[in-house]
Design a protein around this ligand. Structure first.
Ligand code: ADP
Ligand code: PAZ
Length: 367
């Protein structure tokens, strides 16, 4: 399948949608060139300082591009949009409906927070689209139209899953952004946000930054590769003299208390390796999200849990921890799945909101 760009009734060839979150700004834009956007890739990197932040997809008659910037560097994002004139090509002509014609579809809290800035710097308004609506329509679109998109992560291996659109609903969508939203999805446009937690991606990056002095999110993730959480976490074996506590199903290596060892030792923060701190933190947050997600899946009898949001970052240890947590708590009944376009659900949903004809019109079998 190819992703066919929704065809807006605009007289220009491309358009832009934004998801401005607590941590990152995500952009999805189409162009009517068939060439990969190397220029865009480079300028996006230069502007945001975020590596690997742009890729693109062939669409019918052009390409769909993805890029992201840190929200704190919104001026770089504005510069990027301006340099590529995306705000001009992105205008959605609403004259017939009586709307302001110079608007860009935007979702996320930043669509409210930065509306005046966009008007001032680019002369465009932000046409606000609800964040939960966008997450769900983005996820539904990807799960229905794109293959390969969803995959499991088991024993260090990604395995792509072919989803039968007739057997997709209901499912639980867990979006791990700065905070976490858990949404029960029953169909196209049919959903309920059933839970959430403030312990999310912002918590990992925020606490991690304070505890390790890391300068970037990727550096913090990188550190976790070489860390050993057992140096800081209190394990069941630490409490039970090396033994399991099998009567309640806990092996000696199960974490009994995240960061628990830090209370019992006469050590200062500087005595711990940043690698171990990062690993412990990542494990604590991923485990917690995996557990709450499972409990919500159980609440509604949902077997499939799709995890999105840029916290995941395609990171092996994060996906492994979440998968193991879901497997452990559900006793193998529920399954964690991840999405290739993990962080772009909201932006894709906003992009699709230009289209009024629904999901079917943008799915085009590849020739
Ligand atoms: N380059 C980055 N800078 C900051 N956070 C990042 C970066 N890459 C991944 N993240 C993680 O992704 C989270 C934001 O995910 P995202 O889905 O974009 O949410 P939001 O919409 O709240 O910005 C951050 O809190 C952090 O954990
Ligand atoms: C408020 C939010 C929807 C904003 O989305 P985000 O920018 O984090 O992607 C999200 O942070 C969230 O769901 N927080 C959890 C709040 C709670 O349920 O306790």
């Amino acid at each position: 399948m190819e992703i066919a760009s929704p065809q807006p009734s605009t007289d220009e060839g491309s358009h832009l949608a934004l998801d401005i979150g607590g941590s990152l700004i995500k952009l999805v834009y189409s162009s009517n060139t068939s060439e990969p956007d190397d220029k865009g890739k480079q300028s996006s990197k230069e502007c945001s300082g975020v590596s690997n932040d742009s890729n693109d997809y062939p669409v019918l008659g052009g390409r769909l591009h993805f890029a992201k910037f840190e929200t704190s560097k919104i001026n770089d994002c504005l510069e990027f949009i301006s340099s590529k004139q995306l705000h001009r090509h992105g205008r959605w002509h609403h004259e017939a409906a009586g709307h302001d014609k110079d608007t860009i579809k935007a979702t996320g809290g930043g669509a409210y927070r930065f509306a005046d800035l966009f008007k001032e710097k680019l002369g465009v308004g932000l046409d606000k689209v609800d964040e939960m609506d966008c997450l769900v329509s983005g996820a539904n679109f990807l799960l229905n139209a794109v293959h390969p998109e969803a995959f499991t992560y088991i024993n260090g291996r990604e395995e792509y899953v072919q989803i039968d659109p007739n057997d997709l609903y209901p499912y639980l969508l867990v979006n791990i952004g700065s905070g976490v939203s858990m949404i029960k999805v029953d169909g196209v446009g049919k959903f309920e946000r059933v839970s959430g937690t403030s312990v999310g991606g912002g918590t990992f990056w925020g606490l991690g930054r304070l505890l390790t002095n890391c300068k970037s999110f990727d550096e913090l993730l990188e550190l976790s590769h070489n860390g050993n959480n057992r140096v800081i976490d209190m394990l069941v074996g630490d409490i039970y003299g090396g033994a399991d506590y099998m009567k309640i199903g806990l092996t000696s290596t199960t974490i009994a208390s995240s960061f628990g060892k830090a209370i019992s030792e006469n050590k200062e923060l500087g005595d711990y390796r940043p690698e171990d701190i990062s690993r412990s933190l990542l494990r604590m947050i991923s485990n917690n999200i995996g557990q709450i997600s499972y409990l919500n899946a159980l609440r509604f009898g949902l077997k499939r849990i799709f995890f999105g949001g840029f916290f995941i970052r395609g990171h092996a240890y994060t996906m492994d921890t979440i998968s193991v947590a879901v497997h452990f708590w559900s006793k193998g009944e529920a399954q964690a799945m991840f999405l290739k376009h993990e962080g772009f659900l909201g932006a894709l949903g906003a992009f699709m909101s230009y289209e009024t004809h629904g999901i079917d019109t943008i799915i085009t079998p590849s020739s």
